[in-house]
Design a protein. Structure first.
Length: 379
């Protein structure tokens, strides 16, 4: 039986293996494992890539969001607006910063719906997190027009390294951004890692202090911080991959276009749209299908790795469930969560494997009865 994994990182490693080996030898010889020249070099290169002045490497993407929020002035008693359809880490970061999560609905493109933001803003609102989900950016200009300049605009750019919004890179669109370099990301490390991205020297300095036990210098503890720093071995990997990221993202777009050509006219399947002005980097290629769990099971039985990102909006997971936002509170996010299906997409995915995915998906959906009308399948 043909097997197509959801993600295959072996191809990426093969492209950079020698470069990484040399870099690891360099770090091991220098015994500079925490911070050091490899980290500084990556931070500078990623800042240039994102067209910002500052990148601060941290331990993981959740830390990146928490430290970004704290550096942006979020304090206990504040409220932070978060889209309901995101990974739980977005909301976790708000709680860890001491603030209250306020959920909001998304639009049909899975992105925070700026038209619904105003109803959630209160005098306690300190920040809005725009999640660039699945590889394309939220409409940050529309969001900014609603929230103004007194509310911080924080980007969750964990799924959008290299994406652009009206010609500007993800990470450069708000006051500050947090990103994750979890191995499966478009720019992934060989373990947990993350970064805070900002044009503000004050925010960058604050993040660097917060992630280094509250101070820039050894034994300097100006505030209560934490231990969250990017290590040198991960910086070696990230530098090697960063040099190839635009090409790898272009490959993702090519594969996404092939999927869309093959699936866009298939009854019962709704393919993802790229919002005008966006350069999508397809961290995930997400279709909408009826009877999603049945389709998922059939694809898995055919040897195809598929995923659901994410099976429940965050306001319905036990950790964040409350009487204040019962089922039905965010109808678009809830409806989409029942239909979304992520197909394999990554640099190194062969066209033969992609064609196999398409064929099995079309068969699985065609076998469903009754099929929804194409015009209303995603409504």
């Amino acid at each position: 039986m043909t097997t197509v994994p959801m993600l295959d990182l072996a191809w990426q490693h093969a492209q950079i293996a020698e470069e990484v080996r040399i870099g690891f030898d360099r770090v091991l010889a220098a015994t500079s494992y925490i911070t050091g020249p490899e980290v500084s070099a990556f931070e500078a290169a990623f800042a240039e890539f994102c067209t910002v002045d500052h990148v601060v490497g941290v331990g993981n993407g959740t830390d990146a969001l928490e430290l970004a929020l704290r550096a942006a002035g979020v304090r206990p008693g504040d409220e932070v607006i978060v889209p309901a359809n995101t990974f739980v880490a977005t909301a976790e970061a708000v709680v860890r910063a001491g603030a209250t999560v306020v959920f909001a609905d998304c639009d049909e493109n899975f992105l925070l719906d700026a038209s619904k933001l105003a109803q959630h803003i209160t005098p306690q609102t300190r920040a809005v997190i725009a999640v660039h989900l699945y590889g394309q950016t939220a409409d940050v200009d529309a969001i900014r027009s609603v929230i103004g300049d007194d509310i911080a605009l924080v980007e969750d750019a964990a799924q959008a390294q290299g994406a652009k919004y009206r010609g500007r890179r993800a990470g450069s669109l708000g006051d500050v951004a947090g990103t994750s370099f979890y191995p499966g990301k478009n720019l992934g490390a060989y373990g947990d890692a993350g970064a805070v991205i900002t044009a503000s020297s004050a925010i960058a300095q604050c993040v660097r202090a917060l992630g280094n036990h509250g101070g820039i210098h050894k034994y300097e503890h100006l505030v209560v911080g934490t231990n969250s720093r990017l290590d040198s071995l991960q910086a070696v990997v990230l530098s090697a991959k960063l040099a190839r990221l635009d090409d790898w993202n272009a490959e993702r777009r090519r594969l996404a276009a092939r999927y869309s050509r093959a699936l866009s006219e298939v009854p019962g399947i709704v393919t993802p749209a790229t919002v005008t002005g966006n350069d999508h980097v397809f961290h995930q290629y997400v279709v909408l299908v009826p009877q999603r769990d049945r389709v998922l099971t059939e694809l898995a039985e055919a040897g195809i790795g598929v995923g659901v990102h994410y099976p429940q909006p965050v306001h319905l997971v036990p950790a964040f469930a409350s009487p204040g936002h019962p089922r039905g509170s965010f109808p678009v996010a809830e409806r989409l969560s029942e239909q979304i299906l992520s197909l394999p997409i990554y640099p190194g995915l062969s066209e033969d494997h992609q064609d196999y995915v398409v064929a099995r998906l079309v068969e699985a959906v065609a076998a469903l009865a009754p099929l929804p009308d194409k015009a209303t399948a995603g409504v």
